[in-house]
Write a protein that binds this ligand. Sequence first.
Ligand code: GLU
Length: 268
Amino acid sequence: MKRWMKLMSMAIVAAFVVSALSACGNQASEGEGTLAKIKSRGKVIAGVKYDLNLFGLKDPATGKVQGLDIDIAKQIAKKVLGDEDAIEFMEVTSKTRIPMLKNGDIDFIIATMTITDERKKEIDFSDVYFTAGQSLLVPADSPINSIKDLTKDSKVLTAKGSTSAKNIRESAPDAQILEFENYAEAFTALKAKQGSALTTDNALLYGMAKQDNNFRVLDETFTEEPYGIGIRKGDTEFIKAVNDTLKELKENGEYEKMYEKWIGKKPN
Ligand code: GLU
């Protein structure tokens, strides 16, 4: 009887160990299988902005999303599946992009996203594909010409989950900061005179000033914002495919063409 009980408990322990080990196995493969997932699905799912002119902007009339991020995303689809149209775009905001990547809603983030050490704790990044710097968008007749002109009476608008929201608190600690769900809402609020300035990356502010010439972008930038493509942690195979795509685009001159098309000048 005693022997029987000992055998039983050994079997239970063994079963427990096996199931614990296989659970670990599942977890590891979660961070590794993006390429395989894309191939079996037959399309890429890219998390992009829908409200940022020049990078990711959805035209409500045609339903099409366009911009530099979109063009690069299509080239990733071409690299992985041989077809630049084998891609679905899903809207992300600065606040939702990392959770959406982590829970598998999207294969990667290409959405004006700065590579930071804090974000690197949660996801991995590709090589840098664009470099911006934070600045301010103000009404054309505004007396604000520098971040130093912001006072405790200034209301500065920006988007939740962005580096812009974090940086402005450090660079203009007296100013009041109002955070919106996305940049479309922040820009609408600026137009409705709910703030004295909107802050984010200069490249994005130029896109807004192009949409409405009642606003101007300050020349001054007060941060450096290197953009990277966000990928689930540990997915080395997929990171390599993405970095190879960027490298090839730079080597064959396609990147320069895209950059010029959206940004209006050659990359430095
Ligand atoms: N590049 C900055 C960031 O990653 C601002 C633009 C954005 O919010 O996407 O937070």
